[in-house]
Design a protein around this ligand. Sequence first.
Ligand code: LLP
Length: 450
Amino acid sequence: MEGTKDSEDRNSPFIAIRWPALLDSGLLFPINYLGVEMTEFTYHNGELCCEEVLLAEIAQHAGTPCFVYSKRALLNAYFALDKAFAKIDHLICYSIKSNANLAVLNLLASQGAGMDIVSQGELYRALKAGVPPERIVYSGVGKSGAEIRYCLESGILSFNVESIPELAAINRMAAALGKTAPISLRVNPDVESNTHEYTSTGKKESKFGIPYDEALQAYTKAAEFENLRLIGIDMHIGSQVTQIEPFVTAFAKIADLFIQLRNEGFELEFFDIGGGLGIRYSEETPPTAAEFAEAVLPILKPLDCKIILEPGRFISGNAGILLTRVIHLKQTGVKNFAVVDAGMNDLIRPSLYNAYHQVSLVTESDSPKVKVDIVGPICETGDWLAKDRLLPKLEEGALLCVHSAGAYSFTMSSNYNGRPRGAEVLVDGDSYRIVRKAETLEDLIRGEEI
Ligand code: LLP
Protein backbone atom coordinates (compact mmCIF):
# COMPACT_ATOMS: atom_id res chain seq x y z
CA MET A 1 0.00 0.00 0.00
CA GLU A 2 1.31 3.40 -0.87
CA GLY A 3 0.41 6.03 1.69
CA THR A 4 0.54 9.77 1.75
CA LYS A 5 1.51 12.24 4.40
CA ASP A 6 -2.18 13.00 4.95
CA SER A 7 -2.90 9.46 6.02
CA GLU A 8 -4.93 9.29 9.22
CA ASP A 9 -3.53 5.93 10.21
CA ARG A 10 -0.20 6.56 11.91
CA ASN A 11 0.48 2.88 12.16
CA SER A 12 -0.25 1.72 8.66
CA PRO A 13 2.57 -0.69 7.96
CA PHE A 14 3.52 0.23 4.41
CA ILE A 15 4.05 3.80 3.44
CA ALA A 16 6.02 5.13 0.56
CA ILE A 17 6.77 8.71 -0.28
CA ARG A 18 8.60 9.75 -3.38
CA TRP A 19 11.06 12.55 -3.61
CA PRO A 20 13.40 11.64 -6.43
CA ALA A 21 14.39 15.27 -6.95
CA LEU A 22 16.30 15.08 -3.72
CA LEU A 23 18.83 12.55 -4.91
CA ASP A 24 19.06 13.99 -8.38
CA SER A 25 19.76 17.44 -7.05
CA GLY A 26 23.19 16.34 -5.81
CA LEU A 27 22.61 18.52 -2.78
CA LEU A 28 22.98 15.82 -0.17
CA PHE A 29 25.76 16.77 2.22
CA PRO A 30 26.99 14.65 5.10
CA ILE A 31 26.57 16.24 8.50
CA ASN A 32 29.95 16.90 9.96
CA TYR A 33 29.04 18.08 13.37
CA LEU A 34 31.57 17.75 16.16
CA GLY A 35 33.44 15.50 13.79
CA VAL A 36 30.55 13.03 13.56
CA GLU A 37 29.91 11.98 10.02
CA MET A 38 26.72 10.10 9.31
CA THR A 39 26.21 9.98 5.62
CA GLU A 40 22.72 8.46 5.67
CA PHE A 41 21.42 11.36 7.79
CA THR A 42 21.96 14.50 5.77
CA TYR A 43 20.44 17.96 5.32
CA HIS A 44 18.75 18.88 2.09
CA ASN A 45 17.67 22.49 1.73
CA GLY A 46 17.87 22.87 5.50
CA GLU A 47 15.78 19.77 6.22
CA LEU A 48 17.33 16.69 7.80
CA CYS A 49 16.69 13.49 5.87
CA CYS A 50 17.29 9.80 6.36
CA GLU A 51 18.52 8.58 3.00
CA GLU A 52 16.09 10.40 0.67
CA VAL A 53 13.19 10.77 3.10
CA LEU A 54 12.44 13.90 5.14
CA LEU A 55 12.55 13.15 8.86
CA ALA A 56 9.82 15.75 9.37
CA GLU A 57 7.61 13.69 7.05
CA ILE A 58 8.21 10.57 9.11
CA ALA A 59 7.52 12.43 12.37
CA GLN A 60 4.24 13.71 11.01
CA HIS A 61 3.17 10.28 9.88
CA ALA A 62 4.55 7.98 12.57
CA GLY A 63 4.30 10.42 15.47
CA THR A 64 6.98 11.20 18.03
CA PRO A 65 8.94 9.90 19.70
CA CYS A 66 9.95 7.34 17.11
CA PHE A 67 13.07 5.53 15.99
CA VAL A 68 14.19 5.74 12.37
CA TYR A 69 16.63 3.25 10.86
CA SER A 70 18.47 3.47 7.54
CA LYS A 71 18.60 0.25 5.53
CA ARG A 72 21.57 1.57 3.60
CA ALA A 73 23.54 2.35 6.76
CA LEU A 74 22.81 -1.08 8.22
CA LEU A 75 23.97 -2.81 5.06
CA ASN A 76 27.01 -0.58 4.59
CA ALA A 77 28.28 -1.43 8.07
CA TYR A 78 27.55 -5.13 7.59
CA PHE A 79 29.27 -5.25 4.20
CA ALA A 80 32.28 -3.28 5.47
CA LEU A 81 32.93 -5.94 8.10
CA ASP A 82 32.11 -8.82 5.79
CA LYS A 83 34.51 -7.46 3.17
CA ALA A 84 37.24 -6.81 5.72
CA PHE A 85 37.17 -10.49 6.76
CA ALA A 86 36.68 -11.84 3.24
CA LYS A 87 40.16 -13.40 3.22
CA ILE A 88 39.21 -15.91 5.91
CA ASP A 89 36.34 -18.29 6.55
CA HIS A 90 34.00 -16.26 8.75
CA LEU A 91 30.42 -15.81 9.92
CA ILE A 92 29.03 -12.52 11.19
CA CYS A 93 26.59 -13.31 13.99
CA TYR A 94 24.89 -9.95 14.51
CA SER A 95 24.22 -9.33 18.20
CA ILE A 96 20.44 -9.10 18.43
CA LYS A 97 20.45 -7.25 21.74
CA SER A 98 21.63 -4.08 20.01
CA ASN A 99 18.58 -3.77 17.75
CA ALA A 100 16.13 -6.63 17.60
CA ASN A 101 13.50 -5.35 15.20
CA LEU A 102 12.32 -8.21 12.97
CA ALA A 103 12.82 -6.15 9.81
CA VAL A 104 16.43 -5.42 10.81
CA LEU A 105 17.11 -9.08 11.59
CA ASN A 106 15.48 -10.21 8.37
CA LEU A 107 17.49 -7.70 6.35
CA LEU A 108 20.82 -8.86 7.78
CA ALA A 109 19.92 -12.56 7.60
CA SER A 110 19.00 -12.13 3.94
CA GLN A 111 22.61 -11.05 3.34
CA GLY A 112 23.99 -14.18 5.01
CA ALA A 113 24.34 -12.97 8.59
CA GLY A 114 23.91 -15.27 11.55
CA MET A 115 22.84 -14.03 14.97
CA ASP A 116 24.20 -13.90 18.50
CA ILE A 117 21.37 -14.42 20.99
CA VAL A 118 21.21 -14.23 24.78
CA SER A 119 17.72 -15.51 25.58
CA GLN A 120 14.85 -17.60 24.29
CA GLY A 121 13.09 -14.35 23.43
CA GLU A 122 15.90 -13.45 21.07
CA LEU A 123 15.86 -16.97 19.57
CA TYR A 124 12.13 -16.62 18.99
CA ARG A 125 12.69 -13.28 17.24
CA ALA A 126 15.54 -14.65 15.14
CA LEU A 127 13.51 -17.63 13.96
CA LYS A 128 10.48 -15.42 13.25
CA ALA A 129 12.74 -13.16 11.19
CA GLY A 130 13.84 -16.14 9.10
CA VAL A 131 17.35 -16.65 10.48
CA PRO A 132 18.51 -20.24 9.89
CA PRO A 133 19.14 -21.86 13.33
CA GLU A 134 22.47 -23.26 12.16
CA ARG A 135 23.72 -19.67 12.01
CA ILE A 136 22.80 -18.85 15.64
CA VAL A 137 25.17 -18.78 18.61
CA TYR A 138 23.83 -18.53 22.14
CA SER A 139 25.80 -16.40 24.62
CA GLY A 140 24.95 -15.46 28.19
CA VAL A 141 25.95 -16.19 31.73
CA GLY A 142 22.63 -17.65 32.93
CA LYS A 143 20.73 -19.94 30.57
CA SER A 144 17.53 -21.41 32.03
CA GLY A 145 16.37 -25.01 31.46
CA ALA A 146 13.57 -23.82 29.17
CA GLU A 147 16.03 -21.75 27.13
CA ILE A 148 18.49 -24.62 26.78
CA ARG A 149 15.67 -26.93 25.67
CA TYR A 150 14.37 -24.44 23.07
CA CYS A 151 17.86 -23.98 21.61
CA LEU A 152 18.52 -27.73 21.49
CA GLU A 153 15.18 -28.37 19.82
CA SER A 154 15.84 -25.60 17.30
CA GLY A 155 19.28 -26.91 16.35
CA ILE A 156 21.46 -23.83 16.89
CA LEU A 157 25.11 -23.66 15.83
CA SER A 158 26.63 -23.41 19.30
CA PHE A 159 26.13 -22.73 23.01
CA ASN A 160 28.77 -20.31 24.28
CA VAL A 161 29.21 -21.72 27.77
CA GLU A 162 30.48 -19.74 30.73
CA SER A 163 30.88 -22.27 33.58
CA ILE A 164 31.09 -25.97 34.50
CA PRO A 165 27.62 -25.95 36.16
CA GLU A 166 26.23 -24.61 32.88
CA LEU A 167 27.94 -27.43 30.98
CA ALA A 168 26.32 -29.92 33.34
CA ALA A 169 22.88 -28.35 32.84
CA ILE A 170 23.18 -28.42 29.04
CA ASN A 171 24.42 -32.01 29.14
CA ARG A 172 21.45 -33.07 31.31
CA MET A 173 18.94 -31.47 28.97
CA ALA A 174 20.66 -32.84 25.87
CA ALA A 175 20.62 -36.35 27.37
CA ALA A 176 16.92 -36.01 28.23
CA LEU A 177 16.17 -35.02 24.63
CA GLY A 178 18.47 -37.65 23.15
CA LYS A 179 20.64 -34.97 21.54
CA THR A 180 24.25 -33.83 21.49
CA ALA A 181 24.79 -30.15 22.25
CA PRO A 182 27.40 -28.19 20.23
CA ILE A 183 29.57 -26.30 22.71
CA SER A 184 32.19 -23.59 22.74
CA LEU A 185 33.65 -22.33 26.00
CA ARG A 186 33.75 -18.59 26.62
CA VAL A 187 37.18 -17.84 28.04
CA ASN A 188 37.88 -14.64 29.94
CA PRO A 189 41.24 -13.37 28.66
CA ASP A 190 41.71 -10.89 31.53
CA VAL A 191 42.26 -7.90 29.28
CA GLU A 192 41.28 -4.29 29.97
CA SER A 193 39.07 -2.92 27.20
CA ASN A 194 39.03 0.74 28.37
CA THR A 195 35.30 1.11 28.03
CA HIS A 196 32.53 2.01 30.48
CA GLU A 197 32.80 -0.11 33.62
CA TYR A 198 29.29 -1.53 33.03
CA THR A 199 30.14 -2.81 29.57
CA SER A 200 33.64 -4.11 30.22
CA THR A 201 33.52 -7.91 30.36
CA GLY A 202 37.02 -9.20 29.72
CA LYS A 203 38.69 -8.65 33.12
CA LYS A 204 38.99 -11.53 35.54
CA GLU A 205 36.88 -9.67 38.13
CA SER A 206 33.82 -9.74 35.83
CA LYS A 207 31.13 -12.44 35.99
CA PHE A 208 31.80 -13.50 32.41
CA GLY A 209 33.62 -16.49 31.02
CA ILE A 210 35.92 -19.17 32.35
CA PRO A 211 39.15 -17.80 33.85
CA TYR A 212 42.00 -18.00 31.34
CA ASP A 213 44.19 -20.10 33.63
CA GLU A 214 41.43 -22.66 34.14
CA ALA A 215 40.40 -22.99 30.51
CA LEU A 216 42.44 -26.08 29.62
CA GLN A 217 41.10 -27.87 32.66
CA ALA A 218 37.55 -26.80 31.75
CA TYR A 219 37.89 -28.28 28.24
CA THR A 220 39.17 -31.53 29.74
CA LYS A 221 36.20 -31.60 32.10
CA ALA A 222 33.77 -30.71 29.29
CA ALA A 223 35.02 -33.62 27.20
CA GLU A 224 33.78 -35.99 29.90
CA PHE A 225 30.14 -35.07 29.32
CA GLU A 226 28.58 -37.60 26.97
CA ASN A 227 26.00 -35.37 25.36
CA LEU A 228 28.26 -32.44 24.55
CA ARG A 229 30.40 -31.89 21.47
CA LEU A 230 33.21 -29.36 21.87
CA ILE A 231 33.47 -27.38 18.67
CA GLY A 232 34.81 -23.94 19.46
CA ILE A 233 36.28 -21.29 21.70
CA ASP A 234 34.67 -17.96 22.46
CA MET A 235 35.44 -14.59 24.06
CA HIS A 236 34.03 -11.05 24.34
CA ILE A 237 35.96 -8.31 26.10
CA GLY A 238 33.36 -5.56 26.21
CA SER A 239 31.30 -3.13 24.21
CA GLN A 240 32.06 0.25 22.60
CA VAL A 241 35.77 -0.59 22.52
CA THR A 242 37.40 2.19 20.53
CA GLN A 243 41.06 1.05 20.48
CA ILE A 244 42.55 -1.84 18.56
CA GLU A 245 45.08 -2.89 21.21
CA PRO A 246 42.69 -4.64 23.64
CA PHE A 247 41.37 -6.78 20.79
CA VAL A 248 44.86 -7.67 19.61
CA THR A 249 46.01 -8.60 23.11
CA ALA A 250 42.92 -10.67 23.84
CA PHE A 251 42.83 -12.45 20.47
CA ALA A 252 46.51 -13.32 20.78
CA LYS A 253 45.94 -14.86 24.22
CA ILE A 254 42.95 -16.91 23.06
CA ALA A 255 44.78 -17.92 19.86
CA ASP A 256 47.62 -19.36 22.01
CA LEU A 257 45.07 -21.32 23.95
CA PHE A 258 43.38 -22.47 20.74
CA ILE A 259 46.69 -23.91 19.48
CA GLN A 260 47.35 -25.55 22.82
CA LEU A 261 43.89 -27.14 22.80
CA ARG A 262 44.35 -28.45 19.27
CA ASN A 263 47.68 -29.93 20.31
CA GLU A 264 45.87 -31.65 23.17
CA GLY A 265 43.56 -33.25 20.61
CA PHE A 266 40.49 -31.01 20.83
CA GLU A 267 39.04 -30.67 17.36
CA LEU A 268 37.94 -27.05 17.48
CA GLU A 269 36.20 -25.74 14.38
CA PHE A 270 35.82 -22.06 15.22
CA PHE A 271 37.08 -19.12 17.25
CA ASP A 272 34.26 -16.72 18.18
CA ILE A 273 35.96 -13.37 18.75
CA GLY A 274 32.85 -11.68 20.21
CA GLY A 275 31.65 -8.18 19.44
CA GLY A 276 32.50 -4.82 20.91
CA LEU A 277 33.89 -2.78 18.03
CA GLY A 278 33.04 0.81 18.89
CA ILE A 279 31.42 3.57 16.88
CA ARG A 280 31.69 7.33 16.86
CA TYR A 281 29.14 9.12 19.05
CA SER A 282 31.10 12.38 19.31
CA GLU A 283 34.87 12.61 19.09
CA GLU A 284 35.89 8.98 19.44
CA THR A 285 38.11 7.60 16.68
CA PRO A 286 37.33 3.87 16.60
CA PRO A 287 39.08 1.70 14.03
CA THR A 288 37.29 1.13 10.75
CA ALA A 289 36.37 -2.43 9.83
CA ALA A 290 39.37 -2.55 7.48
CA GLU A 291 41.80 -1.27 10.16
CA PHE A 292 40.38 -3.73 12.67
CA ALA A 293 40.77 -6.65 10.25
CA GLU A 294 44.25 -5.60 9.23
CA ALA A 295 45.38 -5.66 12.86
CA VAL A 296 43.78 -8.95 13.84
CA LEU A 297 43.97 -11.13 10.73
CA PRO A 298 47.65 -11.96 11.27
CA ILE A 299 46.62 -13.51 14.59
CA LEU A 300 43.49 -15.26 13.33
CA LYS A 301 44.49 -16.53 9.88
CA PRO A 302 47.18 -19.01 11.04
CA LEU A 303 44.58 -20.79 13.21
CA ASP A 304 43.01 -22.06 10.01
CA CYS A 305 39.53 -22.21 11.49
CA LYS A 306 36.22 -20.40 11.03
CA ILE A 307 36.08 -16.99 12.73
CA ILE A 308 32.75 -15.95 14.20
CA LEU A 309 32.16 -12.24 14.89
CA GLU A 310 29.38 -10.91 17.14
CA PRO A 311 29.06 -7.22 16.26
CA GLY A 312 25.99 -5.34 17.40
CA ARG A 313 26.57 -1.60 17.75
CA PHE A 314 29.02 -1.48 14.83
CA ILE A 315 26.19 -2.50 12.52
CA SER A 316 23.15 -0.80 14.05
CA GLY A 317 24.46 2.09 16.20
CA ASN A 318 24.86 4.81 13.60
CA ALA A 319 22.13 3.39 11.39
CA GLY A 320 19.38 4.80 13.62
CA ILE A 321 18.16 8.01 15.23
CA LEU A 322 15.47 8.99 17.69
CA LEU A 323 13.02 11.68 16.61
CA THR A 324 11.49 13.79 19.36
CA ARG A 325 9.50 17.00 19.58
CA VAL A 326 9.93 19.90 22.01
CA ILE A 327 6.89 20.06 24.31
CA HIS A 328 7.85 23.09 26.41
CA LEU A 329 10.71 25.45 26.89
CA LYS A 330 11.50 26.23 30.47
CA GLN A 331 13.96 28.64 32.01
CA THR A 332 15.10 28.60 35.59
CA GLY A 333 17.53 31.07 37.07
CA VAL A 334 20.45 28.86 36.10
CA LYS A 335 19.37 26.70 33.17
CA ASN A 336 17.47 26.53 29.91
CA PHE A 337 15.51 23.33 29.54
CA ALA A 338 13.85 21.95 26.44
CA VAL A 339 11.33 19.39 27.67
CA VAL A 340 10.85 16.88 24.85
CA ASP A 341 8.45 14.00 24.28
CA ALA A 342 11.15 11.31 24.51
CA GLY A 343 12.46 10.31 27.91
CA MET A 344 14.78 7.90 29.65
CA ASN A 345 12.20 5.18 29.01
CA ASP A 346 12.85 5.60 25.27
CA LEU A 347 16.62 6.14 25.42
CA ILE A 348 18.23 5.22 28.73
CA ARG A 349 21.88 5.42 27.66
CA PRO A 350 22.48 9.01 28.85
CA SER A 351 20.91 8.29 32.27
CA LEU A 352 22.56 4.90 32.70
CA TYR A 353 26.04 5.41 31.29
CA ASN A 354 26.26 9.19 31.10
CA ALA A 355 26.39 8.52 27.36
CA TYR A 356 26.72 11.28 24.77
CA HIS A 357 24.31 11.40 21.84
CA GLN A 358 24.57 14.22 19.35
CA VAL A 359 21.37 16.25 19.02
CA SER A 360 20.47 18.36 16.01
CA LEU A 361 17.46 20.28 14.74
CA VAL A 362 15.51 18.57 11.99
CA THR A 363 14.92 21.97 10.39
CA GLU A 364 18.08 24.04 10.32
CA SER A 365 17.83 27.44 11.98
CA ASP A 366 19.85 30.66 11.93
CA SER A 367 18.73 31.67 15.42
CA PRO A 368 21.55 32.51 17.80
CA LYS A 369 22.86 29.54 19.72
CA VAL A 370 21.86 29.04 23.33
CA LYS A 371 23.03 26.50 25.88
CA VAL A 372 20.24 24.06 26.69
CA ASP A 373 19.54 20.79 28.49
CA ILE A 374 17.32 18.40 26.53
CA VAL A 375 15.23 16.59 29.13
CA GLY A 376 12.32 14.15 29.08
CA PRO A 377 8.92 14.35 30.79
CA ILE A 378 9.70 11.61 33.34
CA CYS A 379 9.62 12.27 37.08
CA GLU A 380 13.33 11.83 37.73
CA THR A 381 16.18 14.30 37.59
CA GLY A 382 18.13 11.54 35.84
CA ASP A 383 15.75 11.78 32.89
CA TRP A 384 17.85 13.69 30.40
CA LEU A 385 19.01 13.11 26.83
CA ALA A 386 21.65 15.83 26.46
CA LYS A 387 23.19 18.44 28.76
CA ASP A 388 24.62 21.89 28.11
CA ARG A 389 24.29 21.72 24.33
CA LEU A 390 24.75 24.79 22.20
CA LEU A 391 21.79 24.73 19.83
CA PRO A 392 19.95 27.41 17.86
CA LYS A 393 17.24 28.86 20.11
CA LEU A 394 14.49 26.24 20.15
CA GLU A 395 10.78 26.75 19.81
CA GLU A 396 7.87 24.71 21.08
CA GLY A 397 7.01 22.00 18.58
CA ALA A 398 10.52 21.93 17.11
CA LEU A 399 11.64 18.50 15.96
CA LEU A 400 14.94 17.18 17.26
CA CYS A 401 17.05 14.31 16.04
CA VAL A 402 19.00 12.34 18.65
CA HIS A 403 21.77 10.62 16.72
CA SER A 404 23.45 7.23 17.06
CA ALA A 405 20.28 5.67 18.50
CA GLY A 406 20.21 2.53 16.38
CA ALA A 407 21.82 0.33 19.03
CA TYR A 408 20.84 -0.30 22.66
CA SER A 409 18.11 2.29 22.36
CA PHE A 410 14.75 0.77 21.47
CA THR A 411 15.92 -2.59 22.88
CA MET A 412 16.54 -0.98 26.27
CA SER A 413 13.32 1.03 26.29
CA SER A 414 10.46 0.51 28.73
CA ASN A 415 6.97 1.71 29.62
CA TYR A 416 8.16 3.52 32.75
CA ASN A 417 5.81 6.31 33.80
CA GLY A 418 3.01 4.71 31.80
CA ARG A 419 4.50 5.74 28.49
CA PRO A 420 3.61 3.77 25.37
CA ARG A 421 6.66 3.40 23.15
CA GLY A 422 6.78 5.04 19.76
CA ALA A 423 7.04 3.44 16.35
CA GLU A 424 10.14 2.03 14.66
CA VAL A 425 10.56 3.04 11.03
CA LEU A 426 12.84 1.59 8.37
CA VAL A 427 13.90 3.86 5.50
CA ASP A 428 14.92 2.43 2.16
CA GLY A 429 15.97 5.05 -0.38
CA ASP A 430 13.02 7.35 -0.95
CA SER A 431 10.46 5.22 0.89
CA TYR A 432 9.85 4.10 4.43
CA ARG A 433 7.84 1.55 6.39
CA ILE A 434 6.65 1.44 9.96
CA VAL A 435 8.27 -1.81 11.08
CA ARG A 436 6.90 -1.66 14.61
CA LYS A 437 3.69 0.11 15.41
CA ALA A 438 3.57 2.73 18.13
CA GLU A 439 2.14 1.19 21.29
CA THR A 440 -1.39 2.04 22.37
CA LEU A 441 -2.81 2.59 25.85
CA GLU A 442 -4.33 -0.92 25.66
CA ASP A 443 -0.84 -2.31 25.05
CA LEU A 444 0.17 -0.89 28.44
CA ILE A 445 -2.25 -3.11 30.41
CA ARG A 446 -2.15 -6.22 28.21
CA GLY A 447 -2.25 -9.37 30.34
CA GLU A 448 -3.17 -7.59 33.57
CA GLU A 449 -6.20 -8.34 35.74
CA ILE A 450 -7.94 -6.47 38.52
N1 LLP B 1 28.67 -10.59 22.23
C1 LLP B 1 28.44 -10.61 23.55
C2 LLP B 1 28.69 -11.84 24.28
C3 LLP B 1 27.97 -9.46 24.21
O1 LLP B 1 27.75 -9.49 25.52
C4 LLP B 1 27.73 -8.29 23.46
C5 LLP B 1 27.22 -7.07 24.12
C6 LLP B 1 27.96 -8.31 22.08
C7 LLP B 1 28.45 -9.49 21.49
C8 LLP B 1 27.73 -7.12 21.18
O2 LLP B 1 28.52 -6.05 21.55
P1 LLP B 1 28.62 -4.76 20.58
O3 LLP B 1 29.28 -5.22 19.29
O4 LLP B 1 27.25 -4.27 20.34
O5 LLP B 1 29.43 -3.80 21.34
N2 LLP B 1 23.80 -1.46 26.73
C9 LLP B 1 25.17 -1.10 26.49
C10 LLP B 1 25.93 -2.16 25.73
C11 LLP B 1 25.85 -3.53 26.37
C12 LLP B 1 26.56 -4.58 25.56
C13 LLP B 1 26.30 -5.95 26.08
N3 LLP B 1 26.92 -7.01 25.36
C14 LLP B 1 25.22 0.26 25.79
O6 LLP B 1 24.16 0.85 25.55
O7 LLP B 1 26.29 0.78 25.50
